[in-house]
Design a binder for this molecule. Structure first.
Ligand code: ADP
Ligand code: ZN
Length: 219
């Protein structure tokens, strides 16, 4: 198993770029945020544990996260390619991932750090709308759907995530600074970090990542 990580602040576009890469590469998209939202929606026990943290923009406990990630990886095959989005988010999660990879003979090949200026992050999150049905992501100004409030792909209803309210957004950016930014050094020291300018369009950002993957795998 080989894996890459998409690292970056909330609003950096990890999920959006991951959806594009899912179409253009063989990587499977593993988003802990999406998995948690699905668990909340279906009323699973994990969802009940996670809900209050998510609404406050705080991190869900590492133990809960590792449980859902392990469950997801156990479903996979040895030659699977994974793209982690929103995971790991703490040093503890990163070292537990290292252990899990060592046990299964898997390895991390790249950690892409999606760089976006803070002002742009705030405006992206505040204008973000998500399809209730298929999870597609839009932005009221930058990526508007052709009909307001309706998903282009599936016709589902677009809504604003509870944690995209202004107050929660500021807390999530704070949590990123305090708890997740240290992962940049962690992966830099392992020689895995690749900086990506993610203030560009989603297509350009996806292409930049795809080019790194292609050039370094000799494809
Ligand atoms: P964003 O990256 O835009 O903040 P996500 O969808 O990745 O959005 O995450 C939403 C929320 O889910 C987070 O604020 C946090 O509460 C929870 N969460 C997701 N992934 C993790 C993780 N790896 N560790 C702890 N909490 C997580
Ligand atoms: Zn949709």
């Amino acid at each position: 198993m080989e894996a890459i990580i998409l690292l970056g602040a909330p609003g950096a576009g990890k999920g959006t770029v991951a959806e594009l890469l899912k179409e253009s590469t063989h990587y499977q998209h593993v988003s802990t945020g999406d998995m948690l939202r699905a668990a909340v929606k279906s009323g699973k026990p994990v969802g009940l544990e996670a809900k209050s943290y998510m609404e406050a923009g705080e991190l869900v406990p590492d133990e809960v996260i590792m449980r859902i990630v392990k469950e997801r990886l156990d479903e996979g095959a040895d030659d699977d390619l994974y793209m982690f989005d929103g995971f790991p988010r703490t040093i503890e999660q990163a070292s537990l991932l290292d252990l899990a990879l060592r046990d299964t003979g898997g390895r991390l090949t790249h950690v892409f750090m999606l760089q976006v200026p803070r002002d742009e992050l705030v405006s992206r999150l505040a204008g973000r709308r998500v399809c209730r049905n298929c999870g597609a992501v839009y932005h009221v100004k930058n990526i508007p759907p052709s009909t307001e409030g309706i998903c282009d792909t599936c016709g589902g209803e677009l809504y604003q995530r509870a944690d995209d309210s202004e107050e929660t957004v500021l807390n999530r950016l704070e949590v990123f600074k305090k708890q997740t930014e240290s992962l940049i050094d962690y992966y830099q020291e392992k020689g895995l970090l690749v900086d990506i300018d993610a203030a560009k369009s989603k297509d350009q950002t996806e292409e930049d990542i795809r080019n790194v993957l292609a050039s370094e795998s000799g494809a």
